[in-house]
Design a protein around this ligand. Sequence first.
Ligand code: GAL
Length: 412
Amino acid sequence: MKNLALPFFAASAIQNVGFAAPAEPQESLHERLENGLGRTPALGYNNWNNGGCTHATADAALKVADLMISLGLKDAGYQYLNIDDCWASKSRDSSGNLVADPAKWPQGIKPVTDKIHGMGLKFGLYGDAGTMTCAGYPGSQGHEAQDAKKLASWGVDYWKHDACYLPCATGGTPQTCWDGRSSTKAYYATMRDALAGAGRPILFSMCQWGRDSVWTWGKDYGNSWRMSGDIANSWSSLANIAANAADIAQYAAPGGFNDLDMLQVGNGGLNDNEERAHVGLWFIAKSPILIGTDLSKLKQSTLSLLKNKALIAINQDSLGKAATYFRPAGKPAPVKGTLYPYWAGPLKDGVVVGLVAVDGAATLSINFADVPGLGSGSWKWTEVFTDATGTGTSVSAALGAHDMRVYKITKA
Ligand code: GAL
């Protein structure tokens, strides 16, 4: 969807602080979302970053399912296979139901989810809080309960709810509204409650690009919330998203996580160092991890990154706390919205530290005494990408431009 790329990517440049807090309507429901799902970030696949609309078909979904198994991704923990925009027919049926496009899903959705479930995977679909999805397919506004029941009857396990074509204070229902007076909250509450009443556990993935400072209220509504405009296939895009995620790390917790967007590794816009940093940052920020590339063309180095056991264990740590910036003694302070080299966050049995060569090749050194959660004395560390290990009071990494190292640190 060429026409979609521009507004969304432009939106990410707005940063996550661009929206004035709207006056909130009083909603009828105030329950905290406790649907038992998403206690750790979702791990899976989404077809959007690999060709947009073109792969929203039964054939493509089943091919991905086969590859998730044959490449060992399922065994590594990736369980959701999500199909994004463009899977539906342009019109609802005469009873108002969403309909799968018969050219793309000749047998409908259910036989596909049955197969996918039979393979030990879960299935996700995409829709929208407004009148239409971003690509112009039916949105759920006014049909929430009916749609949630339909999804449940198809065996859907994950629902991504986008925010195109919602009413906008600047007038009408444009494809994308960035006006701070136009709150999205009530629409997400309606779908949350519809899913809760659908009779099947369905993970609720909110996608409104960080509007309304969603991280401050998202945990009461969904299992994850996108915190930025769409990721582009470039270092600057992922650096911008990661920098903004550092600012809102405190909102991640079991049941609800900041969603930094689907991965771009494998799509050709990042070199090996940048792929390592992309994966490292997303995993330690406790983002849902949705692979977004053609699995049949995956390089071995990218596949190894995605299957890195130690990194997956950090992302799936039961504490569910996201890493953020820390400032080592003598280093310049972080600048809001700019990627910073030094990251740390708590784990149930230790601390994770990330070092990123944000500006160019560099040797980055830290004393453990400066790391939140550690302190003076000797610590044991393991680096997840190189398997290097050591014990001491500090660690140091010689990195190429945009490369990253991730350390798990425990008591010596
Ligand atoms: C955007 C969303 C993308 C993708 C696209 C589909 O709003 O952020 O992740 O779902 O819509 O049209």
